[in-house]
Design a protein around this ligand. Structure first.
Ligand SMILES: [Zn+2]
Length: 151
C-alpha cells in the first residue's frame, strides 16, 4: 500500500495534511494486516505533481523599471479558505520560485460592478487570512507595492 500526500513537501500546509493522513494510513494498514498478515508499508511520500488545470496568472511589473513586484493568481470560483488552500497547494511551485507578494483572487461577488468585491488571500511570502475587498481597495495595495519599488 502506498499513501501519497498531495502537494509540495515545502508548502506550509503539507505538514498539516501529513498529520491528518498518517494516522488514517496506519489504521488502514493495520486493518489490512489483521486480515492478510503483516506487510511492510512504504513510508508516506509526497504525491507526484498533478497538472493544476488552467488558472490565469498575472505578473505585475514596476511601472518604472519593469521588475516584477507582485504575482496575482485568479482563483476562479474560490470563495472560502478551503478553496484558497487548494489553489495555494496547486500553485505553490509557481509562487515559491519568486520573492514577490502573491495574492489569490477569488471570483467577483456582488450583484453589480458598483458593489463587486472579491475574496482575496495573500499566500506568499507570508500567508494572511482571506479578506473581502473591493477592486479599489485591492489595487491600492498593489499600487503601494509598485510605489515601494521607486527609489
Ligand atoms: Zn522599479
Amino acid at each position: 500500500m502506498v499513501t501519497e500526500i498531495a502537494g509540495d513537501e515545502h508548502e506550509p500546509m503539507f505538514a498539516t495534511r501529513r498529520a491528518l493522513l498518517e494516522p488514517l494510513s496506519m489504521a488502514i494498514v493495520g486493518a489490512l494486516e489483521s486480515i492478510g498478515g503483516p506487510s511492510r508499508p512504504p513510508p508516506l511520500t509526497a504525491g507526484s505533481p498533478v497538472p493544476a488545470g488552467v488558472l490565469r496568472v498575472e505578473e505585475v511589473p514596476c511601472t518604472r523599471c519593469g521588475i516584477q513586484v507582485a504575482l496575482l493568481v485568479f482563483a476562479e470560483g474560490a470563495t472560502d479558505r478551503g478553496q484558497f488552500e487548494d489553489v495555494a497547494r496547486l500553485m505553490y511551485p509557481r509562487f515559491a520560485a519568486t520573492t514577490v507578494p502573491t495574492h489569490l483572487i477569488g471570483s467577483a461577488l456582488g450583484p453589480s460592478p458598483e458593489t463587486y468585491r472579491a475574496a482575496i488571500m495573500q499566500v506568499w511570502p507570508q500567508r494572511a487570512p482571506v479578506e473581502t475587498l473591493t477592486p479599489a481597495q485591492f489595487w491600492r495595495r498593489i499600487h503601494a507595492l509598485i510605489r515601494g519599488h521607486f527609489p
